[in-house]
Write a protein that binds this ligand. Structure first.
Ligand SMILES: Nc1ncnc2c1ncn2[C@@H]1O[C@H](COP(=O)(O)OP(=O)(O)OP(=O)(O)O)[C@@H](O)[C@H]1O
Ligand SMILES: Cc1ncc(CO)c(N)n1
Ligand SMILES: [Mg+2]
Length: 522
């Protein structure tokens, strides 16, 4: 189910549903995850954690139960495995009915249960598989013994899109190697990657003697260390299940793998911080609150990650237009944002480097003060120097994987794609979104092949990443673009429609209203 080998297009939320519906207006697509895991009677971990995190992230989650544990904040008192045939019944039941975007596995306590999972996944192909190789609870109870190791290594890991072992599980999968440092976590991630998963995240929550909680992400080429200050709390029961299910939920919504992992790490971090002094149960390790965001000021969450909805009204600057209308880049950007632009890209093809850097710095300040992301077209050096939020590259610019290694995990990377193949490559390389077009002919880019609305739709259907349409879009045709019925199409990117106008503010306001109206009609 390694996502690119799957038969179904990605993801189910982005297709018209096949369920019986009366009118197009009555259809609202919901991202869907299936968790295949064990029940925790104390509800801090396992299936119960998976359901909570998916609900908190706005994703529907169905659950296939592999085992029932008698478990509380003191530990695991007893484990009852469900018969493999009954696990299979549950799998058949939901896989034959729902259209899951992502399957996430937790406790798979016997080789026979892994076997029925593998069989059902080959009968009902899915698009992405998140494997949390749960083996031992933090309290030390064995949840899946060494009998599952060979089927994990030989058959489950090779079809996983990502595996998320903690250090003990990574060590067990690698035959008992010691992992006590971040350097050793990196080596482990590399060796685990050789077993076949597309991505590996070795979690460092249980790493001894560390003031930070460090997870190591490996994509087969680059390592990214995801660090957060270690939160002093007893309430860490279920962090692993929560992290993996949050990754699954974000993937189901259309995030790239690195974005999904960053959002998930951040979610765990915020949940632990919010819940650090709550008392539930009398044992050593308590659960935490997955619904913190309903209770606390969202602005106080310490990180947010890339939000694909920011692509709604994407303003791309053009130095010639600003010259023609006699305005500075920063004034143009400010007016666009005040009119409703939700993200800005500086595309200053003719500017001198030093002048461009100065302008970019001023634009970063304006964008930050309005809470809008600023990306730089093509120039990774400028983006680094002005601390922009990211870079947008074309097919002949620096390759996305290289841009990622230069910018690090926290920046946004967009890439222009005309074809489904380019869209697949963008996902593989770790981009956050794609820009697709030119949809219509435009003066801004001469000799640029247009792909039309049909070409845009084809790219959207093939893309796992959120899409912004670009090329010749303005007030008169924005609605036709937004109505192509692809829910990963998040918005339109415009140049002339904002910046080749007498009043940028008015043009942005009008376009924003048009987009809002066409969204309401979908
Ligand atoms: N005290 C903490 N402060 C901040 N982050 C933490 C803390 N403990 C764990 N984490 C984070 O939680 C996530 C899960 O990591 P951990 O290594 O605890 O997984 P696990 O052992 O599989 O979880 P579980 O305890 O549910 O079995 C990781 O992103 C880790 O960095
Ligand atoms: C059922 C279950 N799954 C996973 C874990 C790991 O946290 C646990 N403690 N219990
Ligand atoms: Mg742990």
């Amino acid at each position: 189910m390694n996502s690119l080998g799957g038969i179904r297009s990605w993801p189910a939320i982005w297709r018209s549903t096949t369920a019986t519906m009366t009118t197009a207006e009555s259809v609202r697509k919901v991202p869907q995850v299936l968790t295949v895991a064990g029940s925790d009677s104390g509800a801090g971990a396992g299936i119960q954690a998976d359901l909570k995190v998916c609900a908190a992230r706005g994703v529907y989650c169905a659950s296939v139960i592999t085992a029932v544990t008698a478990q509380n904040t003191k530990g695991v008192q007893s484990v009852h495995l469900l018969p493999p045939e009954f696990v299979s019944e549950q799998l058949k039941s939901v896989l034959s009915d729902f259209e899951f975007d992502v399957v996430k596995t937790g406790m798979l306590p016997s080789p026979e249960i892994v076997e029925v999972l593998l069989q059902n996944l080959s009968d009902f192909p899915i698009r992405a598989l998140v494997v949390d190789p749960v083996m031992v609870s933090t309290s030390g109870h064995v949840l899946a013994g060494s009998s599952i190791l060979s089927i994990f290594r030989e058959r489950l890991l090779p079809i996983a899109d990502i595996i998320t072992p903690n250090v003990k599980e990574a060590s067990a999968l690698l035959g008992g190697v010691g992992i006590e440092t971040v350097e050793e976590m990196r080596s482990a991630a590399k060796l685990l990657h050789e077993m076949g998963p597309r991505f590996v995240l070795v979690k460092g929550g249980d790493l001894p003697d560390s003031s930070e909680s460090v997870d190591v992400f490996f994509d087969g080429k680059e390592f990214h260390e995801l660090r957060s200050p270690r939160i002093t709390t007893r309430n860490t029961h279920g962090t692993g299940c929560t992290l993996a299910s949050c990754i699954a939920a974000e993937l189901a919504k259309g995030s790239s793998m690195l974005s999904a992992v960053k959002v998930a790490k951040c979610f765990v971090d915020n949940a632990l911080d919010y819940s650090k002094d709550i008392v539930i149960g009398s044992g050593k390790q308590g659960p935490f609150d997955h619904f913190f965001s309903l209770k606390k000021d969202p602005q106080s969450s310490r990180c947010s990650g890339f939000n694909p909805d920011d692509l709604f009204l994407y303003a791309v600057t053009d130095s010639r237009m600003n010259k023609k209308w006699n305005r500075s880049v920063v004034d143009a950007v400010k007016a666009a944002i005040e009119g409703g632009a939700t993200i800005v890209q500086l595309r200053e093809k003719e500017a001198e480097t030093r002048e461009f850097l100065q302008e970019a710095k001023s634009c970063v300040d304006v964008c930050r003060s309005h809470g809008v992301c600023l990306l730089i077209n093509d120039r990774v050096d400028i983006a680094l120097a002005c601390d922009a939020d990211g870079v947008h590259v074309g097919q002949s610019d620096m390759p996305v994987d290289l841009v990622r290694s230069l910018l690090g995990p926290d920046k946004i990377i967009g890439v222009s794609c005309k074809t489904p193949e380019q869209a697949h490559q963008a996902w593989r390389d770790g981009a956050d979104y794609i820009g697709s077009g030119g949809v219509f002919p435009t003066n801004t880019k001469a000799n640029n092949r247009t792909i039309g609305l049909d070409g845009l739709k084809e790219v959207c259907e093939a893309s796992k990443l959120p899409v912004v349409a670009i090329g010749g879009i303005g007030i008169s045709n924005a609605e036709s673009v937004m109505r192509i019925d692809a829910s990963n199409l998040k918005g339109v990117a415009v140049v002339s429609a904002l910046f080749d106008q007498e009043c940028v503010l008015t043009a942005a306001k009008k376009l924003h209203t048009t987009l809002e109206e066409s969204k309401r009609e979908i």
